[in-house]
Write a protein that binds this ligand. Structure first.
Ligand code: NCD
Length: 336
């Protein structure tokens, strides 16, 4: 495990601009809103004939994926290309013993190729933070999911999807359902929802899939769907993270589906206009029934579309934050 404390000292410039995007935790509300506003303009742009802007022209983005991914990798790739960057995708599989030095060597190699941005996915919590600490100062690092810790662009695309469908965050009750214990998505969502000021955040899960002291994050805990979903506006389902489960935390998938799987009957507990989300990949018949996943209240495919716009927003903001920081450093050196 890598250390991941004081993220904002690392991810913000001295005047508060984004230069890395490692976590939603502790980021100021104005910055989250700025990301959403910028992403909104990119959503509009992607509906036009020409989908490209030159914001990252001449820049090299490396998608550094130590863990498999389809939608996150491909939407980051498209986002970078729509910003006119040159993009390199690297799928690096690691055994859990080969970290630390190996990672540093990989970084040095990529820096020698004059990369400007690393988009990092890694199975260990804190990996993106570690990389941001060790890259040369002009490289921006975007966390595309680190262990159970954070998945900030997923959380922001979820926030964009909610805002585009519900407008204001303030009156909303939001339920996050399923494998909270292993979910970097849930953590990042909770921090973002809190900062954006929703009325209530609930988590619904069997006791074995709830992290200890989760209430400390400002959420209400429920272990059954009937009470947990009552009157909610947004239901965010999670995937069962079987690859991250170390022991038999679940009696069986069938049992989980019976108690927590979202079907039409359980959806009826929520508000009549409640929307349903899932970060994907979905396990049909395990977390969610096809009828709901493909139904009129599902925003699952909007989430994918919005993911490109949010990733464009985050990448362009981080790049300009890096440039501003570099300018400030150069000025300071000149004056010295
Ligand atoms: C999530 C992830 O990888 O953390 N998926 C994604 O980014 N599309 C959630 C998951 O794998 O369950």
């Amino acid at each position: 495990m890598f250390e991941a404390n004081d993220p904002n000292a690392l991810q913000l410039t001295t005047d508060g601009q984004l230069r890395h995007f490692l976590t939603t935790e502790g980021l100021p509300r104005e910055l989250l809103v700025e990301i959403l506003d910028t992403a909104d303009s990119f959503v509009d742009m992607s509906q036009q004939q020409v989908k490209k802007v030159p914001l990252l022209r001449g820049k090299t983005v490396v998608n550094l994926f130590f863990e498999a991914s389809t939608r996150t990798l491909s939407t980051f790739e498209l986002a970078a290309k729509r910003l006119s960057a040159d993009v390199l995708n690297l799928n690096i599989s690691t055994s859990s013993t080969k970290k630390g030095e190996t990672l540093k060597d990989t970084l040095m190699t990529l820096e020698a190729m004059h990369s400007d941005m690393f988009v990092v996915r890694h199975a260990d919590s804190g990996a993106a933070h570690f990389i941001a600490q060790h890259v040369t100062p002009h490289v921006a690092v975007i966390n595309a999911g680190d262990g159970r810790h954070a998945h900030p662009t997923q959380a922001m695309l979820d926030m964009l999807t909610i805002r585009r469908h519900k407008g204001d965050f303030a009156p909303l009750k939001v339920a996050i359902v399923g494998d909270i214990l292993h979910s970097r998505v849930a953590r990042s969502q909770i921090h973002a929802l809190r900062t954006l000021g929703v009325d209530e955040i609930r988590v619904i899960a069997p006791k074995t899939l709830l992290p200890r002291h989760i209430e400390a994050l400002g959420v209400k805990v429920y272990t059954d769907m009937a009470t947990g979903l009552r009157d909610v506006d947004v239901i965010m389902m999670l995937r069962l993270q079987k690859e991250r489960m170390q022991s038999a935390l679940l009696p069986s998938e069938a049992e989980f589906y019976k108690l927590y799987g979202l079907n039409r009957d359980k959806l009826a507990y929520a508000k009549p206009d409640a929307v349903v989300m899932h970060p994907g990949p979905i396990n049909r018949g395990v977390e969610i029934e096809s009828e709901v996943a493909d139904g009129p209240r599902s925003l699952i495919l909007d989430q994918v579309t919005n993911g490109i716009a949010v990733r464009m927003a985050v990448m362009s903001k981080a790049m300009s934050g890096q440039l501003a920081q570099r300018g400030a450093l150069a000025e300071a050196e000149e004056q010295a």
